[in-house]
Design a protein around this ligand. Structure first.
Ligand code: UDX
Length: 422
C-alpha cells in the first residue's frame, strides 16, 4: 500500500516531507542535483540537524520506503505525486525567485506518468500554480498547491501532527488525492483554490512575524515606562483571542522564512496595487530591534564598543537548529565587530564561522570579556553555571536578548543584567 511520491529538492522542506511520507507508509524517491549530497543521504548522512529526522530517514532507508536519486526526472518517472520542494530565494526586488521551481517543472514535464499530480510545496507567490502548469504543458497532469508550515527544530512533529493541511487546486479529484496522503494524520483540511492556498502560507508567516514585532515594540514601551514585558505577555496570553504563542520578546525574528516571506508579501501586495503599510512596519520594527540589542551591549561595556571584548552565547537564528540563515545573532555580532568589538561566540551546534570567532565551550568564550550576551534561546544556556562565567569575565554585565537566564540569580551573583522589555 501507500502512494509513489517523488520529492524534488532535498533541502530542509524536501527532506522532512520525504522522510515523513515514507514514515507514513508511502514509497518515496527524493531527488537532488547535488550528487555528493545524494550519496551521503543514501548512507543516512543528513546535511542538516533536525530532531527526529535522522531516525526516520534511517528507518525509511532500511524498510525500502525511502530512496535518494540524482536528478528530478529519475525520481518523477514513475511517480503518482511529484512534490516540488526547491528553494525560492528572495530576488533583488524582494519577490521570490522562481527559477529553480521552473527548472524542476521543466525537467519532469516529459517523464511524468499520465494522471500524476504535481504539488507545489515551496513557498511561492500567488499565481505560481499557474506558472508550473504552463511550464509542464501537460493536460493529463494536475498541479496542486500544498504549502508547508514546518518550523525548524520541530519539523518532523509539525509534519506528522499538523495544525492543518492546506490544499489549493482547481481540480477537485487531484485535491482529494493529495488530501488522502495525509489521511493518517487526522487534522483539519482546508481545500480551496490555488491563490487562496498560496495566500494562506504568506499570511500565516506574516501574521506570526507581526506578533513577534508587536511584542518587541511592547517590550520597548515596557522599558520606557518601567513595566515588565514578561508579566505583560502573561496578562495578554490568557485572553484566548490573543493566546500565549509567538509573543516571546527577543532580538527579532530571523531564519529562512519570515524575512523572505514578509518582504515577498509586501511585494505581492504592491504589485497587486495594495500598499501593505502594516507589514512594512513589522519589518522596520524587526530591523530596529537588532539595533536596540547592539545599543544594549554598548551600554553594558561602558558606552564604547571599540576594543570591548564580548562573549556571545548563541549563533543560530533560534534554538534546536544549526541554521544560521538571517540569524539575528549573526547580524548583531557582525555589527558589534564593525563597531570595534572583539567577539568570541559559543553555540551548541555551530563549531566554526567564516567571520566570527567560535569557541569550544560556553565558559571559555567568557575569558577576559567585558560583557556576556545571550543571543539564542538554547535551553542548555539556562543551566550553565553563572558563577563560573562571572569568574572568567573581566566585566560583570549580562545582556540577555532572550530573557532566558534567571535574572534574580544573575543579580545575586553581582551581575548587572539587561533583558528585553524589563
Ligand atoms: C517559520 C514558521 O513558524 C513555519 O510555520 C514556516 O513554515 C517557516 O517559518 P521557522 O523559521 O523554523 O518557522 O522558525 P519559528 O519558530 O517560526 O521562529 C522564527 C523566528 O522568530 C526565530 O528567529 C525565532 O527566534 C523568532 N521568535 C519566535 C521570537 O522571537 N519570538 C517568538 O515568540 C517566536
Amino acid at each position: 500500500m501507500g502512494s509513489r511520491i517523488a520529492i524534488i529538492g532535498t533541502g530542509y522542506v524536501g527532506l522532512t516531507t520525504g522522510a515523513c511520507f515514507a514514515h507514513l507508509g508511502h514509497h518515496v524517491v527524493c531527488a537532488d542535483i547535488d550528487r555528493a549530497r545524494i550519496e551521503r543521504l543514501s548512507n543516512g548522512i543528513l546535511p542538516i540537524y533536525e530532531p527526529g529526522l535522522q531516525e526516520i530517514v534511517e528507518a525509511g532507508i532500511a524498510s525500502g520506503h525511502l530512496r535518494f536519486v540524482v536528478g528530478a526526472a529519475a525520481a518523477a518517472k514513475d511517480c503518482e505525486f511529484a512534490y516540488l520542494c526547491v528553494q525560492t530565494p528572495q530576488g533583488d526586488d524582494g519577490a521570490a525567485d522562481l527559477t529553480y521551481l521552473q527548472q524542476a517543472a521543466a525537467e519532469i514535464a516529459s517523464v511524468l506518468p499520465a494522471h500524476a499530480v504535481v504539488v507545489n510545496k515551496s513557498t511561492v507567490p500567488v499565481g505560481s500554480t499557474k506558472v508550473v502548469e504552463r511550464v509542464l504543458g501537460r493536460h493529463d497532469v494536475s498541479v496542486v498547491s500544498n504549502p508547508e508550515f514546518l518550523r525548524e527544530g520541530s519539523a518532523v512533529s509539525d509534519f506528522l501532527k499538523p495544525d492543518r493541511v492546506v490544499i489549493g487546486s482547481d481540480d477537485p479529484s487531484a485535491a482529494t488525492r493529495v488530501a488522502d496522503l495525509y489521511s493518517t494524520t487526522s487534522t483539519h483540511l482546508i481545500v480551496t483554490d490555488p491563490a487562496s492556498a498560496e495566500t494562506i502560507k504568506y499570511a500565516a508567516n506574516a501574521f506570526l512575524a507581526t506578533k513577534i514585532s508587536f511584542v518587541n515594540a511592547v517590550a520597548a514601551v515596557c522599558e520606557a515606562v518601567g513595566a515588565d514585558v514578561n508579566d505583560v505577555v502573561l496578562g495578554l496570553g490568557y485572553d484566548k483571542r490573543i493566546g500565549h504563542e509567538f509573543l516571546r520578546p527577543g532580538p527579532g525574528w530571523g531564519g529562512s522564512c519570515f524575512p523572505k516571506d514578509t518582504r515577498a508579501m509586501v511585494k505581492i501586495a504592491e504589485d497587486a496595487g495594495y500598499d501593505f503599510n502594516l507589514l512594512k512596519g513589522v519589518v522596520v520594527v524587526n530591523d530596529e530591534q537588532r539595533e536596540r540589542m547592539v545599543a544594549k551591549v554598548e551600554r553594558a561595556v561602558g558606552g564604547n564598543l571599540d576594543g570591548a571584548v564580548v562573549a556571545a552565547w548563541g549563533l543560530t537564528f533560534k534554538a534546536n537548529t544549526d541554521d544560521l540563515r538571517e540569524s539575528p545573532a549573526i547580524a548583531i555580532i557582525t555589527e558589534l565587530i564593525a563597531r570595534g568589538a572583539i567577539v568570541k561566540a559559543y553555540d551548541p551546534q555551530v563549531k566554526s564561522h567564516p567571520t566570527i570567532t567560535v569557541g569550544a565551550d560556553a565558559y571559555e568564550v567568557c575569558d577576559g570579556a567585558d560583557a556576556l550576551v545571550v543571543l539564542t534561546e538554547w535551553d542548555e544556556f539556562r543551566w550553565l553555571d553563572l558563577a563560573e562565567a562571572k569568574r572568567r569575565l573581566r566585566g560583570s554585565s549580562i545582556v540577555d536578548t532572550r530573557n532566558l537566564l534567571d535574572r534574580s540569580a544573575a543579580i545575586r551573583l553581582g551581575f548587572s543584567y539587561q533583558g528585553v522589555g524589563r
